[in-house]
Design a protein around this ligand. Structure first.
Ligand code: SF4
Ligand code: SF4
Length: 163
C-alpha cells in the first residue's frame, strides 16, 4: 500500500472518521518529534489525561487538531505511532529475552481494500524498528491505550513472538 492510496481511501471513502473521533495517543517520542519538526510547544497540540498525552481536538470541533479542512493530516510524515499503525493495534509483553505481540484490528474502509495480513506486515516493520531502537515507547503506547479504553471493540487476530 502506498501512503497516497491509503490517504485517498481515508479521505475520500471514509471521510477521515478516525481523525474525527478518539484523539490519538502520544508517546514521549511522538511529542518530541512533532514538537521539533513543527517547532511547536507540546501544550499547543497535546492534552494530558491522567498520565499520558493525547492530540487535542480543534476548537469547537471533534476533529483532531492536525486534520485539515480538506480531510488530510497536516503532519502525515510525522504523525503519532498510534496513527501510523491504525487500523492495526497491538499489545506487548516481555517474555524472557523476546516480546509477545498481540495484534488487534478495527474493521473500517481501509480493511475493505487491504487484508489484515498486509496491514499487520506493514505495522510489524514499525514495531520491529522500535524493538531495535527503543522498546519502552511501545509500552508507553500500550499504557496510553489502556488509559483511554483504546482497545475496546477492537478484534483480536493472533499473537506472535518477535525477537
Ligand atoms: S484508518 Fe480507517 S477509520 Fe481511519 S480514516 Fe482510514 S479508513 Fe477511516
Ligand atoms: S494526527 Fe493526523 S492521522 Fe492522526 S488523528 Fe490527527 S489528523 Fe488523523
Amino acid at each position: 500500500m502506498t501512503s497516497s492510496e491509503s490517504t485517498k481511501i481515508c479521505r475520500d471513502t471514509c471521510k477521515s472518521k478516525c481523525c474525527k473521533s478518539t484523539p490519538p495517543a502520544l508517546t514521549s517520542e511522538d511529542l518530541t518529534r512533532i514538537s521539533n519538526v513543527f517547532m511547536m510547544k507540546k501544550e499547543e497540540f497535546a492534552n494530558k489525561k491522567t498520565k499520558w498525552f493525547f492530540v487535542k481536538k480543534r476548537e469547537n470541533s471533534s476533529d483532531c487538531y492536525f486534520l485539515s479542512d480538506e480531510g488530510e493530516c497536516k503532519i502525515y510524515t510525522s504523525r503519532p505511532l498510534d496513527c501510523q499503525l491504525f487500523p492495526i493495534l497491538f499489545k506487548i509483553k516481555k517474555v524472557d529475552s523476546s516480546y509477545v505481540i498481540k495484534w488487534y484490528i478495527w474493521y473500517c474502509p481501509l480493511t475493505d481494500f487491504f487484508t489484515p495480513k498486509y496491514l499487520i506486515e506493514k505495522a510489524k516493520k514499525i514495531i520491529v524498528s522500535y524493538l531495535e531502537k527503543n522498546p519502552k515507547i511501545l509500552f508507553e503506547y500500550q499504557s496510553a491505550m489502556y488509559e483511554t479504553g483504546g482497545y475496546k471493540r477492537k478484534h483480536f487476530l493472533f499473537a506472535e513472538k518477535l525477537p
